[in-house]
Design a protein around this ligand. Sequence first.
Ligand SMILES: C[S@@+](CC[C@H](N)C(=O)[O-])C[C@H]1O[C@@H](n2cnc3c(N)ncnc32)[C@H](O)[C@@H]1O
Length: 278
Amino acid sequence: MKDKLARNISIYRKERGLTQEELAQHLGISFQAISKWENSQSMPDITLLPALSKILEVSVDKLLGYVVQDKKITIYEDEYQTEEYYWGTEPNRACYQVLQLMPPTKPLKLLDVGCGEGKDAVFFARNGYEVSAFDVTDAGIEKTRRLADRIGVHLNVFKADLLEYRLDTHYDIIFSSGDLHYIKPEYRTEIFANYKRFTNENGMHVFTVFVNKPFIAPPPEKETNAYAWHSGELLAHYHDWLIRDSAEIVFDCNSSGIPHQHAMTNMAAQKVPSVLRP
Ligand SMILES: C[S@@+](CC[C@H](N)C(=O)[O-])C[C@H]1O[C@@H](n2cnc3c(N)ncnc32)[C@H](O)[C@@H]1O
């Protein structure tokens, strides 16, 4: 709970546009106290919670991380209810890039962020990677497990919300295809810092993100919690890593039965060993 509370204070403070000093002033305490709360070094006194909840305009329950889901996080909980695989069972082309750039010639731990129904996670496991994968949908997790059983591979699949989940164990490869637009722009730096920190030296991030392009119409799926990236934005998070590959592509899509197009940035970035850094 301590970590969730720490994260929530930081997230809601930033959402309200308050600095640590301003929040501290409202509460009549020092800004160092706020900094300690947000770093999980201490927790607010229980008597401060009502005031904190009022200033941050969020219920105490939500602040403490006890969230009763009042609306669906994603449309895909419904879309994945059918027997068929909404995204098919063939791997995304970025999976082959991982094979090419970091073949599993030794044990490599890979995390698939937003694994959907598991086509990519299963592909990686089949090719010899030690795969963990998560998605926020129960239906997606269930279908990922079923696909892994059908193919006869082992996966560590779990349900998690990428907005809340933070890594506490290291991976060699972090992979995500078409999921990172669920992160609001203001939280991207924090989440990416966590992913970068928990990546082994020489490890890689292989991501594809939807990007806004003025000449591509918005997708037919109405997702209120999606925030497409800007061209070049993803690369900016990796100025201190080696960019092994990057491209912006436009492709046709028929999800939801309506032909449309997407623009995506694909990037493979490698963490340079600390001995090589100045
Ligand atoms: C466009 S699909 C891509 C799925 C998969 N990466 C693939 O390529 O088949 C987006 C996925 O993000 C998942 N998603 C949406 N919001 C999420 C969240 N907050 N945390 C984790 N996964 C989320 C959805 O459930 C869905 O499976």
